[in-house]
Design a protein around this ligand. Structure first.
Ligand code: BV8
Length: 247
């Protein structure tokens, strides 16, 4: 695949890099993307309907089982070469921030250290009533457990539609977008706000912005460069071109 020399040179010289990833970077690990057609018994549900406080209030067992199903998919998955390339890039860049919309934890499993999880994590839990964290050694598959403090329902520690992003995570992400010289936007449809604003914040602050995706989406034409190839192939190729070696 043809990677423009300008990107290779910019990456090789970059001191301040920010990356935003979406579900597309986990696709080659076998984890369905958020807007892939759902399969099996979940085929008839719209993820955006299930990923909401109203859905959990209306049917906590159904929503809990959907997240248990997604945890099982992630537990069966492994980081792919795209995740590994980003962990390698972090070790090579002085000021590197990996911002993810993903809740699957695969960047950390790949070795990324400084990961900003904008939308939470499937493997963390909190009480739906008092909003405090709840430690679970294992998550029961069938129904949400009860909070040991107040007896409220336990929910996954993810950000649902209509909910605020974790304020510290959002501040960290915006600061990284505003100070970086190179912003890579990888594997996201660019439809969910405020995450999708980050590449535009970076560009308006003077960064060179790049989209890596398999198809044009909502960000098409808005960034400096759009490269269309699977991230699990393109990212290792980019690292090899820029640094001559990948793990
Ligand atoms: C907020 C966690 C302030 C849960 C997710 C009305 C009321 C309230 C809010 C709104 C409203 N109208 C609009 C909003 C804002 C709303 C929003 O943006 N809605 C959109 C849909 C219009 N946002 C919010 O609600 C946010 N909060 O605004 O708070 C507020 C509060 C109250 C009132 C007003 C405002 C919270 C958003 C977070 C929602 N939670 N996830 C869970 O995962 O279950 S978002 C969900 O979409 C995903 O989890 C993911 O995080 C996010 C983005 O999806 P992508 O990662 O991009 O995945 P997708 O499947 O879409 O695309 C995959 C891409 O990969 C594709 O482009 C594909 O081509 C590409 N790809 C595939 N394979 C590959 C590849 N690329 C490269 N290589 C490959 N191999």
């Amino acid at each position: 695949m043809q990677i423009p020399d300008t990107l290779i040179e910019r990456l090789r010289k970059a001191q301040r890099v920010a990356v935003l990833t979406g579900a597309g970077v986990s696709a080659e690990s076998g984890v369905p993307t958020f807007r892939d057609a759902q399969t099996g018994l979940w085929a008839r549900y719209d993820p955006a309907e299930l990923a909401s406080p109203d859905a959990f209030r209306a049917n906590p067992t159904l929503v809990w089982q959907w997240y248990a199903y997604r945890r099982s998919l992630v537990e069966a998955a492994a980081p792919n070469p795209g995740h590994l390339a980003l962990a390698d890039l972090e070790r090579r860049v002085a000021d590197f921030t990996l911002i993810t919309q993903n809740v699957d934890g695969l960047h950390r499993r790949a070795g990324s250290q400084n990961v900003v999880e904008l939308h939470g994590n499937l493997f963390r839990y909190r009480c739906f009533s008092d909003d405090e964290p709840v430690e679970l050694t294992t998550a029961p598959p069938d129904a949400p457990p009860r909070c040991p403090r107040c007896g409220g329902l336990v929910r996954p520690d993810v950000v649902w539609f209509g909910e605020l992003l974790p304020p510290q995570a959002w501040r960290t992400a915006v600061a990284a977008a505003e100070r970086c010289e190179l912003f890579l936007c990888i594997g996201t449809s660019g439809v969910v706000r405020p995450a999708a604003d980050l590449p535009l914040i970076a560009r308006s602050a003077g960064a060179y912005t790049v989209e890596i995706n398999i198809a044009p989406g909502a960000l098409d034409g808005l960034l400096d460069l759009h490269l269309y190839a699977p991230s699990g192939r393109l990212l290792p190729a980019l690292m090899t071109a820029a640094f001559g070696h990948t793990p």
